[in-house]
Design a protein around this ligand. Sequence first.
Ligand SMILES: [Zn+2]
Length: 499
Amino acid sequence: MWYNAYGARLARLCVPRVPEENTMSRPFLSSTVGVTLIWGLFAAVPAAGQPTGYEGYQVVEITVESEADVQTVRELQALGWDFQVWSEVIRPGPVQARVAPAAQARLAASGLDYEVIVPDLQQYLTERFAGGRERGFFDSLRTFQEHVQFMWTLAAGHINLAQMINVGYSVQSRPMWVLRVTGPGYAKPAVLYHGAEHGNEQAPASVVQYVANYLLSNYATDPEVAALVNNVEWYLMPIMNPDGYVAYNRYNANGVDLNRNWGGPGSGQDPWGGPYPFSEPETQHMRDFLIAHPTMRVHIDLHGYVPWIMWPWGHTPEHCPDHSTFLAVGTVFRNLIAAAGGGTYQIGTIYEVAYPVSGSSTNYSYGVLDRWAFGIEVVDSDMPAICQEFLNSLLYVGEWIRGYDCNGNGVADSDELASGNATDVNGNGVLDECEGVGDLNCDYAIGFGDINPFVLRLADPAAYSAAYPGCPDFNADINGDGSANFADINPFVALLVGS
Ligand SMILES: [Zn+2]
C-alpha cells in the first residue's frame, strides 16, 4: 500500500551525499601480508579446476575500421565456440576475440587487420594461474575452487563477521557463492559486488575477494574499516558465472551472454542474450537474490578489460533521472582509482561509453529495482596491482551509501538504523530516515489519524512537538523540499488517498 507515486519519488530522493573530496588512503601492504598468512594454509594444495583444452587457441586483437569490418566480425562470431568475441561491444576500434585453431584460417582470410596477442591460450592460462601460488592468494589469477576455498577460509576465520551464502546453482550445478560481511546490528544499507559474470574476465573475481579480505583482515585493528563493516552489509560475490569461469568462457554453459540476459528497460534485444530475459538460472538467482534483499542499495557488476566506469542507461542515449548522482559518484570512483595508480578511467552511461547494450544487470537493477547500479570494467589482469587499484573506490561506495541522507537534512541517521527500531514505512525498500514521511502521529502507518497532527505541525510546530514528543517534525515535509509548509498540503492529501 505504500508503493504510490509519492513513495516512488521519495525513494528517488534518498540520495547519499557525495563527499566533495575523499582523502581515504589505505596501506595496501598490510592486507597483502594478512592474505599471505591465511592463504599459506592452502598453499600446498594443488590447484584443481584450472581451465584446460585451449592448446593452440589464440587471443587476437582486431582493428575494426568500418561498419563492413563490424559485419565481418559478426559473421565470424556466428561460428560460436570457435570464434568468441571478448570485447563488450563490436564497433570501430580494437576488438578482442578468442580464436580456436579451426577458425584461424578463416580469420586470416577475412581481410580483417588483427594482431595475435596470445599465441597459445593454454600456455598463457597455465602461467597466469600457477604464477605465485607459493606466495600469496592475490599474486595470480585463481581457479573457481581456489576462490571458493578462500571464501570459506575467510568465513571460518571471522565467524562473527562473515557468512557464506549460496544464492543458487549454475547450469552445471555449481554453487553461486556470496560472502556476506558485516558487524553487529541490522537494518543497514547493503552493497552487492560481483565479478566474472563473463567467465573469461577473471581478475574482477580477485578484485571482489580482495575487498572481502581487506575488510575482515583489518576489522580488529583499523577503526575506519570497523565502521565500514559495522554500518554496511557487504555482499561480495567473486564469481557470478561459475561454469564460464571454470571453462574460461565468456558465456554460461548454455552459451548465453549473462550480461545480456537480464530483464528491464530495453531487454531481450541481444542475439547472444538467450531466448528471453532471465532464461538462465544464473540471472534468475541473481534477480531473486536482489529482490529478496531490498536493502542492497548498490549493485556493482565488475568486468574486464577496458578502463570504463558506467551506469544506466544501456539501451538509450537519454540520461536517467539520477544521472547527476551517478556522475558524482563515478567521478569520485575515477579519482580514487587514479590516485591508487590505476590510470584514467572513462566514465559515463553504458550507452555513451560502450554502445547500446540490451539486457545488462545494470539496466535491470536500476530500472526495475531502483538500486544504484554500476557496470565497471577493470583495465587489466595484472595481479595484485588491479586489486589494489580498486580497493579504495570499492570501499568508498560503502562509505557513500552509509551516509544515507534521505531527507537532505545533512544528517544520516545511522544510529537509528543500527538500533533496528525503524520500519520500512514508505516502502522504498530500505530502513532510513525517510521513514515516517506523512506519519505525523508516529504510529508507523499513514492514515486519517495523521490529519490533525499534520495541521498542528504546520500551524504551530512547538505545540506539535509537545503533543508528539520524539516524533520527527520533518515527517511533514511531504514534498521533500527541506521544509514543512503549505506546499506540503496537496502532496499530503495525495499520500493519504494513495495509501
Ligand atoms: Zn564482461
